[in-house]
Design a protein around this ligand. Structure first.
Ligand code: BGP
Length: 458
C-alpha cells in the first residue's frame, strides 16, 4: 500500500455518554444538559433533547460487534459522572457499574481497546448548582469520582482521559452563551478554564500514584493562521492561540502556563484566583498521551476597530475572525476543511511539546439531510471517505517525519445526538434511524474496514 501507517496504529472512533446512552435509559442522575433542555428546548435544533439519543445503553452489544466488523482496534467512550454517581458525590449507582462493566468487557472480548474519558461536557446538575468548576469543592468531587472509576475499571482500562475539549464548556457556558449556565463573563470563564486544569492535574497525580497505564487529556487544537505576515496580524493570531489552545496545551504537556498569557491577563486585571500549591501540582503532573480533536482551523486578523474601553474584557478584543477568500468549506456543516492543519499540529507537538505521544482523537465530517445520498439502501458518503483520506495523508506524512502520532479516531462511530444541533449533522460510519434505532452501515464503514485491516491505503 502507498500509505502505510506505523505498526499497531489505533484505528477506531470516539463517542460520548450524553450523546449516545440516552439520559432516560437506566438509572441515572441529571446533568446540565437535562436542565438546560427542560428550560430552553427551543434553543435546540428540532426540539430534540438528550433523553433517548442512539440508545447505546441498550444496544451496545450490537454496536460493538459493528465496531469489530469495520476493523476497530480501539474506541473512545466516556463515563457519565451523573450516571455513575447520581448527584455527583456519594453513593455509587450499581446499575451504572453493571452497564460500564458490560461495555468494557464486551469491547475487550472483541479485541477493541477501551479508551475512557471521564468528562465530556456533562456536569451533574447538583454540582453545577454549587458553582460548577468555579467552585473548588467541585474539583474535590471530581477527584473522588475519578478514583471510583479507576478502582472499578482500572484493572481493564489502560488509557484514561481527564477531559474532552475543556475549552468548549468555557466558550459555551461562560463566554458566548451556547451552553448552560449561559454566563457571559470572561473573568469567570478564565477561572473555569484554570480550575479545570487544576482538576485535571489532581487526577493525573492520583492516577500516576496508584495505577498503571496512561492518562491524558483530549484537546481540540485549532491552529490560528494569521491573514498575513504583518506584525498586527501575527500578534492577533498569537493571542488567539494563547487563549484557545495554549491555555490548556501548555499546562497539560509542559506543566506551566505561557508567560505572555499570564502577562496579558495581569495587564487587564483578569488573572484567576490561585492557590500556592497549584504551580507545583501542574509542574509535576504532566500527561502521558494527548488526544487531538481537529475539525477546522481558526483564521484571524488584527482587530479593525479598537474595543470599547468601557465594555467588559473579552478575548475577542485582540483579534477578528478572518474569512479567507477561496477557503474550502464543508457546505453541509458550515465548517472550513483544511486537511494540512492536522500536520501543522503534529509538527508543532514534535518541535515544541517534546514530541508527546498523541493521536487524532476526533476528526470528522458532519452532513445535514444525509438521506439524500442513499443509493440502494445505503448512504454513499464518498465525501466522508475523501475527507478522512486527505487527513490521513497528512497524518501519514507527519509520522514519516518523526511525529509521535499513534492513531486516528473518527467522530463518530454512529450518528448521534449533539449539543444544540441534536440530529442535524450526521457524522457516523453507521446511520441511525431515530424512530426505530436501526443501524445501517454507510459506504465509509466498508472503506475504513479495508484501511484498518491493511493498516493503510493506496
Ligand atoms: C466536538 C465534540 C463532540 C461532537 C463534535 C461535532 O467538539 O467533542 O462531542 O459533538 O464536536 O460537533 P457538532 O455535533 O456540533 O457538529
Amino acid at each position: 500500500v502507498d500509505y502505510k501507517f506505523p505498526k499497531d496504529f489505533w484505528w477506531g472512533s470516539a463517542a460520548s455518554a450524553t450523546q449516545t446512552e440516552g439520559s432516560h435509559n437506566g438509572i441515572t442522575g441529571e446533568t446540565v444538559w437535562d436542565r438546560w433542555f427542560s428550560e430552553a428546548s427551543n434553543r435546540f435544533f428540532d426540539g430534540v433533547g438528550p433523553g433517548k439519543t442512539s440508545d447505546f445503553y441498550h444496544r451496545y452489544k450490537e454496536d460493538i460487534k459493528n465496531m469489530k466488523d469495520i476493523g476497530h482496534n480501539s474506541f473512545r467512550m466516556s463515563i457519565s459522572w451523573a450516571r455513575l454517581i447520581p448527584g455527583g458525590t456519594g453513593e455509587v449507582n450499581q446499575d451504572a457499574i453493571d452497564f460500564y462493566n458490560a461495555v468494557i468487557d464486551e469491547l475487550l472480548a472483541q479485541d477493541i481497546e477501551p479508551f475512557v474519558n471521564l468528562f465530556h461536557f456533562d456536569m451533574p446538575i447538583e454540582l453545577q448548582d454549587k458553582g460548577g468548576w468555579e467552585n473548588r469543592e467541585v474539583i474535590d468531587a471530581y477527584a473522588d469520582y475519578a478514583k471510583v472509576a479507576f478502582d472499578l475499571f482500572g484493572d481493564r482500562v489502560n488509557k484514561w482521559f481527564t477531559f474532552n475539549e475543556p475549552i468548549v464548556p468555557v466558550e459555551g457556558g461562560y463566554l458566548y452563551d451556547f451552553h448552560y449556565p449561559n454566563v457571559v463573563d470572561a473573568k469567570r470563564a478564565i477561572q473555569v478554564a484554570y480550575n479545570t486544569m487544576i482538576a485535571h492535574a489532581r487526577v493525573v497525580k492520583l492516577y500516576h500514584a496508584n495505577y498503571e497505564g496512561d492518562i491524558g487529556i483530549v484537546l481540540n487544537l485549532t491552529p490560528s493562521y494569521p491573514r498575513s505576515q504583518n506584525p498586527a496580524d501575527l500578534k492577533a493570531a498569537h493571542i488567539c492561540d494563547l487563549f484557545f489552545n495554549r491555555s490548556f496545551l501548555d499546562p497539560a504537556v509542559l506543566g506551566e502556563y505561557p508567560e505572555d498569557l499570564i502577562d496579558l491577563l495581569e495587564e487587564h486585571g483578569q488573572l484567576p484566583e490561585t492557590k500556592v500549591q497549584d504551580k507545583e501540582l501542574l509542574k509535576n503532573n504532566i500527561i502521558d498521551i494527548l488526544g487531538v480533536n481537529y475539525y477546522q482551523p481558526r483564521r484571524v486578523k488584527a482587530k479593525e476597530y479598537l474595543p470599547n474601553p468601557y465594555a467588559p474584557f473579552m478575548p475577542d478584543w485582540f483579534f477578528d475572525n478572518y474569512e479567507m477568500p477561496g477557503r474550502k468549506m464543508n457546505v453541509y456543516r458550515g465548517w472550513e476543511i483544511y486537511e494540512k492543519g492536522v500536520y501543522d499540529i503534529m509538527i508543532n507537538l514534535k518541535e515544541n511539546y517534546n514530541n508527546i505521544p498523541s493521536f487524532i482523537s476526533e476528526n470528522g465530517m458532519g452532513v445535514q439531510n444525509e438521506e439524500r445520498f442513499i443509493k440502494d439502501g445505503r448512504i454513499e458518503d464518498d465525501y466522508r471517505i475523501d475527507f478522512i483520506k486527505e487527513h490521513l495523508k497528512w497524518i501519514h506524512k507527519a509520522a514519516e517525519e518523526g511525529c509521535n502520532v499513534k492513531g486516528y479516531h473518527l467522530w463518530t462511530f454512529m450518528d448521534n445526538w449533539s449539543w444544540m444541533n441534536a440530529y442535524k449533522n450526521r457524522y457516523g460510519f453507521f446511520a441511525v434511524d431515530i424512530e426505530t434505532g436501526e443501524r445501517t452501515a454507510k459506504k465509509s464503514a466498508s472503506w475504513i474496514r479495508d484501511v484498518s485491516k491493511q493498516n493503510g491505503f493506496n
